[in-house]
Design a protein around this ligand. Sequence first.
Ligand SMILES: [Mg+2]
Length: 313
Amino acid sequence: MTRHVPYINEEVSSRDFKYYIFDWDDNILHMPTKILMEHLDPDTGLWMPVEVSTSTFALVRSDSAHYRAPTAGGWDAAFRNFADPQNDSEPNRFLEDTMTALARVAEGEKPSPSYNTFKKTLVDGRIFAIVTARGHAPATIEKAVRLFIENALTPLEREIMMSNLRGYRKWLDKVEVFGSDEEELDYYLGMCRYSAVTYEGFRRRMANDPIYREKLATATMASKPELAKEFAIRDFVEHVFHMLRRTGGLSRSVAIGFSDDDKGNVASVSNYIKAELSRRFDGIKFVVYDTSDKTLSKGRKVCVSGQMNLPGF
Ligand SMILES: [Mg+2]
């Protein structure tokens, strides 16, 4: 059966506005990158070096009685493999690990809970944000997203994605003459947001924000990563809000979904949405997915806030 994909999918103009914020590790992809920590050996009472996976880290990170950052180098040393190399000529561990993780899924490994939602988001041409505790430059994460597009989507899915992207460009930006596929993909990926919250540039931006400078000053060490995720989420919601205002899209229902496999992040983001975001953006529906339970294919919906009630969200 051959399926005809229109050059421009004009039907996107009848869609609702749904956007997603994705955590990367163990939510989109199960990455092989390890965190270097120290574990208190119960037999000897000694702290021993141990490499933990990101899914284990999500469980043990608050267990400071048994797990801690390496005494030499602290958290920077723990997450050495989660940042870009000092030198551009060195291979980038994140991109290599992304390829490994994609290959495992292609070979039949069960994908992470939001893998298919992320894939659908791309095929639909919807705007999204990646918000991760990693320390990469936004450009590195965008490259990983391109690897995902090249490897996880079939040629037909990529064709549908391009058709949808042109549909949005025509509808919202009144574009009549399109660039090459590469140019249109560049435009789309440029509208998305890539926030690695331990990246120096991100830290600086957060420290320069008057509200978050104050929040950071009183935050405990353990709550700082969650605060950083909050800041990244606010950033994306504001971005979406301004974009919709510019294109006149605020007249229809808008929903933003957030998924993370770390229960601590899920709880703090849910609180943040209820306490602040849903009040400030009262026309937007927020939905939070806890993807920590690997037996559930899409995670568990834990928080819904806002007035809209969209079917299928
Ligand atoms: Mg994660």
